[in-house]
Design a protein around this ligand. Sequence first.
Ligand code: GCU
Length: 685
Amino acid sequence: ISNNSYACWLQYKKIANVAYEKKVKLFLETVVAAESSTVMETALEELQAAVSKMTGVHLEKSAEPPANHGIVLSTAAHFHQEEIIGRHVLAGLGADGYVIRSLATDRKKLLYLVGKTDKGVLYAVFHLLRLLQTEQPLEQVNIVENPRNPLRMINQWDNLDGTIERGYAGKSIFFENNKITANITRIKDYARLLSSVGINAISINNVNVFEAATKLITKQLLPDVAAVADIFRAYGITLFLSINYASPIQLGTLPTADPLDERVQQWWKEKASEIYRYIPDFGGFLVKADSEHRPGPFTYGRDHAEGANVLAEALKPYGGVVIWRCFVYNCLQDWRDRSTDRAKAAYDNFKPLDGEFLDNVILQVKNGPMDFQVREPVSPLLGAMKQTNQVLEFQIAQEYTGQQIDLCYLVPQWKEVLDFDTYAKGEGTTVKSIVSGSVYGFSHSGIAAVSNIGNDVNWTGNTLAQANLYGYGRLIWNPELAAEEIAEEWIVSTFGNEPLVTAMIREMLMESWSIYENYTAPLGIGWMVNPGHHYGPNVDGYEYAVWGTYHFADCHGIGVDRTTGSGTGYVSQYFSPNKEMYESLENCPEELLLFFHHVPYTHTLKSGETVIQHIYNTHFKGAAQVAWLIDKWRELEGKIDQERYENVLDRLQRQLKNAVEWRDIINTYFYRKSGIADEQNRTIY
Ligand code: GCU
């Protein structure tokens, strides 16, 4: 097992720059922790281990504050050197926030890492280690950090049998044979990776809770779940479980799971009390109910608020929360039925219930109204419920964006979502300001995302997909970071400080989303993938299926009319002026044209190209761009280690095959449908 692939961005390689190393070593003599706690111990351990690897220095733990050279770790409450960090600075720290300040004179080289809590101290340590890995000077460090989002969560979609729903990097690191795995080391290393980028919550099992996983909340499995919670707790990460809404029936003796039935209410109360005996700081439940055939309150004629509140009542005495997913839609549709529009479903189901959820319920809303396509508008539900806690859901796993074979750096896509102006409370009501909780003063808010890791040595299949996990954490900590900046940090931490390598990989990452979009479904229409596994092209794969994901291509045109004037009326779910923008064929952003409008193939885009010519052009271009990616990557041979070089090269070659297949299948399909030839007369099969 090569350490490089496995270590991801926590390489902590011996610092090669001798002059730099000499300077930083002056700060690295002793370390003192002002108090002790599990998380503080972790902070110390991480610091000592990494410093020793990077500099060879064993940071001596001391009981006394260092006189001239060393590091102080402290929480704000225990830090009394106000002449160093002003009282107002410490008072201004939010939960999980921290300060890093250096004091460097000729005689003294001191570093102060002060967190609001011990978690803040741990984040400060990881920040300091990032400064060292990226070779930043320590002499004048003056950093104040507060995470923008209170909840910064990862959702595993791991099944108890060890498979992963939408997993592209091996099997689960959590489960095998319907039990929790014995490989605790791997779970700890995952906790380290997550904590190093600020993640503070995780749900460890798939949102589709099948039979075996239903038992996670029973005494059969709770002791092992508690052991996993211990590992994460040491890294400041709270553990959640996905639950089966029908648990009172499946685990208990009740004939019903009706949330208004007193026996059901009592059952959940007892269940919560049992869980908290094992895990005193248990986060709560993640729930997929009445969605894609999972059980839920609809069975009993109850709505989602009634459904969620019974769980919330049960968790409330212990400070737990219910994260209730809004991915609810009719998955038994008929393509002939033009009045049902899947895009409208989340809003239609949840918006009328605003104000009816208890305060410890959070609604989790996917970034788009459909399902993690390469291009989708922002979900109109975000910001639409002023009295209901919301978290945003992203998918780091590349289900529809290349499955960690094809390169697709998702941070630019996520940034577009976060920066989107919903106008929910006038201009400037961006998604990032809503989900951070600042617009409506939510009591719980933040961001969650589906993980992209498995037990492959490099965690993510394609080594470059590690950038998405890293980038997710960094971006939700601070949505103002640029995608390039995050990419660069990741590359330097992962591959070392080689300007040429950094420039090359950064360019590849930054181009990758648009490349992927070029050779797959055009102009925001989405899908066109093989049913089931969702990899590779199949234009009509879902066109006549029950899932509500249609493109409506015929010999005249393509696209879904979602306008109020002549279509499904979906656009009316947006606030003005967004609804007018999408309603108008002229003003609708062209990358989303076919999501909102049905147009003839001869419709002319702002570029002057027709839609059909745009389809040909982007598909020829996209495949050519993948060949370009391969050329770029080949230039790195010998400049990075062979194992990671070959891993990525292999994926890029598979990506090229995929892109060529997409190009040809899409071009042929639309040539045949439209009867319009490519202006440039390129080969269409
Ligand atoms: C998608 C995905 C499913 C998943 C679902 C969800 O439809 O393909 O595998 O269960 O999303 O988010 O619940």
